[in-house]
Design a binder for this molecule. Structure first.
Ligand code: PGD
Length: 826
């Protein structure tokens, strides 16, 4: 047996011995039976459990960016190897050793000095620049539990915001967000959130228009798209980048779909202010609208379809409601403005003839519109997705092979055909107590903290903010995810207490009162599904290295709090890590068995260091979204009030919102190139998801340097805009507006249209002087520039994809980037 094969057993022994039953026997079993032989024996006996890995060199685990084997030497992770089954492994997995052994790990429980000395609410203005004091775990647990008890008693569950939005790590047991909510539900309840930062606007509007959130639904299967689509429109998405990651462990099937389109030579058009990697990969034609004008562009296309009689009147009649009202709007019957291609071209900057030709091409071919989500992370973002569905309905191809629209081809490999087997259900948050407060829209958190008692409108209801006294974050990075960072800093001073469970000293941790060191997923055992939409794999996530420093698993942290608060048995259900995993596996195995897929017993599965790949039924490779609705709309109605696609929504019309009417329409956004702000701030910001990390995760690894310019987040600037400001490639640039300022590095490129600049989201916030409001961020956190208002009264999504700004060559002394440094005393 090679040295590598022995590693997992040696490293895990301590934990195996503390566990009971299954895993306790593991070292012995492996010692007697080489793993490859074990896997072979299993695969012979159980055809679905194939020995999939080429060389079993390391410890099998997984992350949001792929499944891999960790190579461990002398207790340290030193390398990785992607699993053989991954068709598109990426460089993010190679960062795992740097994650585990990062210098900016939170090593011990830490408490902000003023809070420790003065108690809750003390000198909240010092958050982010106070001193830190190390405390024991016992003390830390006592402090947090004391605060939970005080607040529940004196102010009720609405005073504790424990929604804790964030991407955490993969793993169905060690799910930090759910574990936090499980504890809070057992101890009196908490204030949670509705929606998410990804699809805040789209998920609400789509529920009214097609009767489901749509953005997270399975898409027409890729093989069907490759076979039938003649024209693919990438509308505001960059799948070859965003498909690197997924919510579970990715199957990376989507990339194979795009590769197949490329091989076949299918025509693709990319509509994006940036000539992105995916457009280049599939040799797409590039149409570059001005930022935030896609709604107008879609109206120009719709007008052309209508006036050139290219629309499918039969489809509209049978499957939709309200087209007559929309047609009247298109023609300008109600406002005197016909939304012609010329009208649209004037706004969006794409030539009118190109818009007319696009409409004709879409109508003349089997067309699949793949819509991204950035276009709805904008003021009035609801309109874009509503209009995309409306144009697709006018084309009349919804429910046909290779036709219609799909809003998840760029995310987690939507369209990866669904397998047949079982699903691992994670640990649950449990039942919320009856008096649990009404959740707030997730992106309104800063508004809520700063304005207790304020009432906002939200999807037909009124939501009144409670007074939040405690914020608990576990698995999220609020100081990255939220818009208008400097406004957040002010709002963040309101609560008495902020607790953060984190592996790293992120800005969110630095701005907390109590920071509890959490393990990374590589320091614990877990299970995760592979393929969000395909549900193709079950991956064991074996512990690779022991918990680093004094880090603890979130499960253990919350279990300790549960013990202190008298709810330990309810929290743990009397089970340890091994027993939880075995229970989850056994439930999944039973489902698989019902689907006639045999799996090995848990012990054998776990010990084999292998993973399950479920079979994919042939029929699923040709699955077409909305085909059942198209075939029989009476028997298979949509979940809308009319049962049809609602181009006019009576429900929305009756809400009487000024910023979201009963039909999709064009409304100028809060800030844009024609607004008054553009005189001072002429450039329009695009804040795409980064290519080299997941949101803010991995910003503290060497991969950052691959795309950083001048050691900062890059800003992509068109040569015309750079020249006009005397900016050369590689220069340090100050990007600014009235809300904030950041240091970025100039990437001068024709890949971005003039007037637009791109700065990816996710660079950790690093103010030059944290005691000064609006101090320049030295690492380039783009949310210092974005604004914090809801997309509309309907969805209250975030507007993180937009802002007007100006840039200048930075003339000051080069400031040291300290985004990934450990705060003094920690
Ligand atoms: P992540 O960087 O994934 O970002 O915001 P989100 O907060 O999800 O942060 C997750 C944090 O969890 C990291 O700090 C990580 O270290 C920590 N973590 C990981 N594993 C564990 C664990 O096991 N336990 C604990 N306790 N912590 C853990 C993302 C959000 O940003 C999203 S989803 C979107 S779509 C938005 N995108 C944009 C955008 O495009 N543009 C702008 N301007 N702003 C955005 N914000 C939003």
């Amino acid at each position: 047996m090679s040295k590598y094969l022995q590693q997992p057993l040696t490293l895990s022994r301590r934990r195996f011995l503390t566990g009971v039953t299954a895993l306790a026997a593991a070292p012995l079993l492996a010692g007697l039976w080489p793993k490859s032989a074990l896997a072979q024996a299993i695969s012979q006996a159980l055809p679905q459990f194939t020995a999939l890995r080429q060389a079993q060199k390391g410890i099998l685990t997984g992350a949001h960016w792929g499944a891999f084997e960790a190579i461990v030497q002398d207790g340290k992770m030193v390398g990785v190897q992607p699993v053989k089954d991954d068709p598109y492994p990426n460089e993010l997995i190679a960062m795992a050793p740097y994650q585990v052994h990062a210098e900016n790990r939170v090593k011990y429980p830490m408490v902000r000095k003023s809070w420790l000395e003065g108690g809750p609410g003390s000198r909240t203005d010092l958050r982010g620049h106070d001193q830190w004091v190390r405390v024991s775990w016992e003390k830390a647990i006592e402090l947090v539990c004391g605060e939970i008890t005080r607040l529940q008693k004196e102010h009720g569950p609405q005073s504790i915001y424990a929604g804790s939005y964030g991407w955490k790590s993969v793993g169905m047991l060690h799910n930090s967000r759910t574990l936090l909510q499980r504890l809070m539900n057992l101890t009196g309840g908490f204030l949670g959130y509705a929606g998410d930062y990804s699809t805040g606007a789209a998920q609400v509007i789509m529920s009214h228009v097609v009767g489901s959130m749509e953005v997270y639904e399975q898409q027409t299967a890729w093989p069907n798209v490759v076979e039938h689509s003649q024209l693919v429109i990438l509308w505001g998405c960059n799948p070859m980048v965003t498909l690197k990651n997924s919510w579970n462990v990715p199957d990376h099937y989507g990339q194979t779909g795009f590769a197949a389109l490329k091989k076949k030579g299918t025509r693709v058009i990319s509509i994006d202010p940036v000539h992105n990697d995916s457009a280049k990969f599939v040799n797409a034609q590039w149409l570059a609208p001005r930022p935030y004008t896609d709604g107008a562009m879609l109206l120009g296309i719709a007008h052309t379809l209508l006036t050139e009689k290219l629309h499918n009147a039969d489809f509209l009649h049978t499957y939709t409601v309200g087209f007559d009202k929309f047609a009247a709007y298109l023609l300008g019957d109600d406002d005197g403005v016909a939304k012609t291609a010329d009208w649209a071209a004037d706004i969006c900057g794409v030539e009118a003839e190109a818009l007319r030709q696009l409409a004709r091409d879409m109508a003349g071919n089997r067309t699949m519109i793949m819509g991204g989500w950035g276009i709805q992370r904008q003021h009035h973002g609801e309109q874009q997705h509503w209009l995309l569905v409306t144009v697709a309905a006018m084309l009349g191809q919804i429910g046909l092979p290779g036709g219609g629209f799909g809003f998840s081809y760029h995310y987690s490999s939507g369209g990866s055909p669904t397998a047949k087997g079982g699903i691992v259900a994670g640990i649950s948050a449990g039942n919320a107590p009856r008096n649990s407060p009404t959740p707030i829209p997730v992106a309104r958190i800063a508004d809520c903290l700063a304005n207790p008692g304020k009432t906002i409108q939200f999807n037909g209801a009124d939501v009144t903010y409670p007074e939040v006294k405690m914020v608990y974050v576990a698995g999220g990075n609020t100081f990255h995810q939220h818009q208008d960072t400097n406004n957040l800093i002010k709002a963040w001073q309101h609560p008495d207490t902020i607790v953060v469970n984190e592996p790293y000293w992120t800005a969110t941790a630095k701005y907390a009162d109590i920071v509890l060191p959490a393990t990374t997923s590589y320091e614990r055992n877990d299970l995760e599904m592979g393929g969000d939409y395909s549900q193709l794999y079950v991956f064991p996530m074996h512990q690779c290295v022991p918990p680093q420093h004094e880090a603890r698993n979130d499960f253990d942290i919350f279990a300790a709090m549960a013990a202190k608060l008298g709810v330990q048995d309810a929290f743990t259900e009397g089970k340890d890590e091994t027993q939880w995993l075995k229970g989850m596996y056994d439930d999944m195995k039973q489902q698989a068995r019902n689907a006639r897929v045999a799996l090995p017993p848990f012990d054998m599965f776990w010990q084999s260091n292998n993973y399950v790949r479920f079979p994919v039924p042939e029929a699923n490779t040709q699955w077409v979204r909305f085909a059942d609705y198209r075939e029989n709309p009476l028997l298979n109605p949509l979940g809308t009030p009319s049962g049809k696609i609602e181009i006019y929504s009576d429900a929305i019309a009756k809400m009487h919102y000024q910023d979201c009417r009963g039909i999709p329409s064009w409304m100028p956004p809060h800030e844009w190139y024609r607004g008054p702000e553009a005189e001072k701030y002429p450039l329009s910001l695009n804040t795409a998801h980064p290519a080299n990390r997941l949101h803010s995760q991995l910003d503290n690894t060497p991969l950052r340097l691959k795309l950083a310019v001048a050691d900062r987040e890059a800003i992509m600037i068109n040569p015309q805009d750079a020249k006009a400001r005397g900016i050369s490639p590689g220069d340090l640039v100050r990007a600014f507006n009235d809300r904030g300022q950041i240091l970025v590095g100039a990437l001068v490129s024709e890949d971005v249209r003039p007037g637009a600049v791109r700065i990816s989201e996710g660079a950790w916030f690093d103010p030059a002087d944290p005691s000064q409001p609006g101090s320049i961020c030295k690492n380039g956190n783009v949310n210092c520039l974005t604004f914090d208002i809801g997309t509309s009264s309907l969805a209250q999504g975030n507007c993180g994809q937009m802002a007007q700004l100006e840039i200048e060559k930075y003339q000051g002394e080069a400031l040291q980037n300290t985004a990934h440094a450990v705060p003094a005393g920690a």
